[in-house]
Write a protein that binds this ligand. Sequence first.
Ligand code: PEP
Ligand code: MN
Length: 340
Amino acid sequence: MIIHLQPNLSEEERQKIIEKITRFGYKPNLVTTQFAEYLVAIGKNEFDLRQIGGMKGVKDIHRVTDSYKLVSRKWKVNSTCIDLGDGIMIEEGKCAIMAGPCSIESESQIRKTLDHLKAEGIQIMRGGVYKPRSSPYSFRGLGIDGLKLWAKLAREYGIKIITEVMQSSQIEDMFDYVDIFQVGARNTQNFNLLDALGEVDKPVLLKRGISGTIDELLQSAEYIFSGGNERIMLCERGIRSYENAYRNTMDVNAIAILKEKSHLPVIADPSHGIGLRNYVESIALASLLAGADGLIYETHPQPEKAFSDAQQTLSFGQSSELTRKVRAITQLAHNDFMLS
Ligand code: PEP
Ligand code: MN
């Protein structure tokens, strides 16, 4: 049950609502986010919702039977739109593009990538400075110094930054230089990190776990939302399956299902999704048609020389071609929607 509270209700009004819902056999949890206040009440008893809905201080009440609540579409009709500032939005039907290398490597690599993004009108650059690597001997990122340099250059270009945070102790140092915090597939169920990101007033892109279910992804998103941060994007990046002809199995099904189950934007990561550069474009376009609100993919000035994930990284030529097709499809879909 979600009880959406009115802004500025008095403490007395809040307590009355809490007492009444408790009397109905529910355990209320007060959630205060950057935008609103909610009571997420856990229980099963049947009662007439109007008994709470009619109380002073209640904006709305919804029965949500899913294991996740605030991220469910059952209480929120409109899809969530995320404002990154400077007119840059993640919103349904627009296909936001986030592109850049797997890892941030050098000043020249950053500059060349920014030049490419600028030329293509791409407003968000991806890149890792803390890299989760299967082997401890692989390149593990330039760390905070790399992030500071990247942020300085990206701001000169008016381009936003998305980068992975691996542990909660990194958040404070990274905060000023990051526009979107990425939670990687290996950290989808790092509940301490999710709790910490709930307290942060910055958007979060949450990737699906390597062997995670859709339900687990949504429950992880619920950690962030219930911690106070509503600005969450869900990311399908492929899951581990028995197939070994490619790196991961991009679960395009999940995109359609997530769009139905949640009001949060869904971003597709075709690079990790298939792991082979020549197929990234097809999987990106398939994801868009399945309903993705945006794409995050890897591109590099010299893809074959990339320090990490070289085999799935697009050349700038391939990135330009993909961008052109994405724009054409988005436009087509938009016109179609206008007609219907
Ligand atoms: C990445 O984006 O480079 C990355 C490590 O992604 P994932 O967590 O999906 O493996
Ligand atoms: Mn990568």
